[in-house]
Write a protein that binds this ligand. Structure first.
Ligand SMILES: Cc1ncc(COP(=O)(O)O)c(C=O)c1O
Length: 393
């Protein structure tokens, strides 16, 4: 059976050019970047070269970029590291959006048990946060705002510069999770004015297990781990030079190919939208048509029109060879309604009946057409139309 991968938001295959860039550092140039002999210096130089390349692509200075194990570590470190330095007796309030990735949401919630209070910002029906919502959530006790740039379930892009400016007016620092935006849409720390930003390599055709945290110069930060003095005392542990080299290569390619890829994926996304609109009863788009990253299209089946089991929907798509996920987080094998789709105002049943199509560098038009044929077929097969009396026009 032909298998079609439509889950590029979860992860991407490592680009062959990225594998090539990593190879020298597994064998020949394998030294520890902290050693002072020639092997160490060779590794150190490759590490700093990678840092310089990535920093340049996001508008940062190399000294402001720290390698981590990925987006989860960067998000957690940002929240905990800033809380440790900038909170105080009268400053124990932070603001996050209700559509954050769990790496931010759970990190913020974990602070609640240590006496912090967290405000969760509401979003509109397409996931946008209004500046007024942020203004009214901030208090004189707020020390940090964390808002995701491009949402990983629906793709919505927030207006970071407006939101960061409001946080700053209030004396708060601003962190963004840019895991799904860097390399997919334009992102610059200077243009957005953020103080901290989280990244990961495996969403941009780089290796798993490496990411980065940008911390603006002058910002104090408490490291998450204790150990050696690597990464300017902010992230101890022997750095992975091959992963860093791969990450830099992936980042350079993503930015170099961004315009062409953005245009191609936008056209494929529009094709999916048109086909679903025309062929799938009860389809409700969660992703906004304007203001989202083109690699994500999230659609729910309206429970008022069609009764459908969300888990069966994903399983049946997979049985037909289409690898997609729902908007739901899968914990211990049981599907939970996604906090992101619920935040848009959807009921539980509709929330569960969500499919996130996510496309990427290897996706072809032919694959998209096949996936749309299968989606219409599966919804038609396992969905039960509701009686007209309860249906919506
Ligand atoms: C928006 C967002 N933040 C954070 C993460 C976590 O990144 P990682 O898998 O590198 O830990 C992900 C991954 O799904 C994500 O999509």
């Amino acid at each position: 059976m032909r298998r079609i991968y439509m889950d590029y938001t979860a992860t991407t295959p490592v680009d062959k050019r990225v594998v090539e860039a990593m190879m020298p550092y597994f064998g020949g140039a394998f030294g520890n970047a902290s050693s002072i002999h020639s092997f160490g210096r060779e590794a150190k130089s490759a590490l700093e070269d990678s840092r310089e390349k990535i920093a340049g692509l996001i508008g940062a200075r190399p000294s402001e970029l720290y390698f981590t194990s990925g987006g989860t570590e960067s998000d957690n470190s940002a929240i905990a590291g800033i809380a440790a330095k900038y909170s105080g007796k009268d400053r124990k309030h932070l603001v996050v959006s209700s559509v954050e990735h769990h790496a931010v949401l759970h990190a913020a919630k974990s602070l609640e048990s240590s006496g912090f209070s967290v405000a969760f910002l509401n979003v509109d029906s397409h996931g946008f946060i209004s500046p007024d919502e942020l203004r009214s959530a901030l208090t004189k006790e707020s020390f940090l705002v964390s808002i995701i740039h491009a949402n990983n379930e629906i793709g919505t892009i927030q207006n970071l510069s407006a939101l960061a400016a409001i946080a700053h007016e209030n004396g708060s620092l601003f962190h963004t999770d840019a895991v799904q935006s860097f390399g997919k849409t334009k992102f610059s720390v200077t243009e957005t004015g953020v103080d901290l930003a989280s990244f990961t390599a495996h969403k941009i055709y780089g290796p798993k297990g490496i990411g980065a945290l940008y911390i603006k110069r002058g910002i104090d930060f408490e490291p998450m781990f204790h150990g050696g003095s690597q990464e300017r005392n902010r992230r101890p542990g022997t750095e992975s030079v091959p992963l860093a080299a791969g990450y830099a290569a992936a980042a350079e390619l993503a930015v170099k190919e961004l315009d062409g890829e953005h245009e191609r994926l936008t056209a494929l996304n529009a094709l999916m939208r048109r086909r679903i609109e025309a062929e799938v009863r009860g389809a409700l788009f969660n992703s906004p048509e304007v203001g989202s990253v083109p690699h994500i299209l999230s659609v729910s089946i309206d429970s008022r029109e069609v009764e459908i089991d969300g888990e069966a929907l994903i399983i049946n798509m997979d049985l037909e060879g289409i690898a997609v996920t729902s908007g739901s987080a899968c914990s211990s094998g049981s599907l939970q309604p996604s906090h992101v789709i619920k935040a848009l105002g959807r009921d539980d049943e509709t929330t569960m009946a969500t499919v996130r199509f996510s496309i990427g560098r290897l996706t072809t038009e032919d694959e998209v057409k096949t996936a749309m044929d299968v989606f219409a077929k599966v919804v038609g097969k396992i969905g039960k139309r509701k009686k007209l009396s309860s249906a919506v026009s």
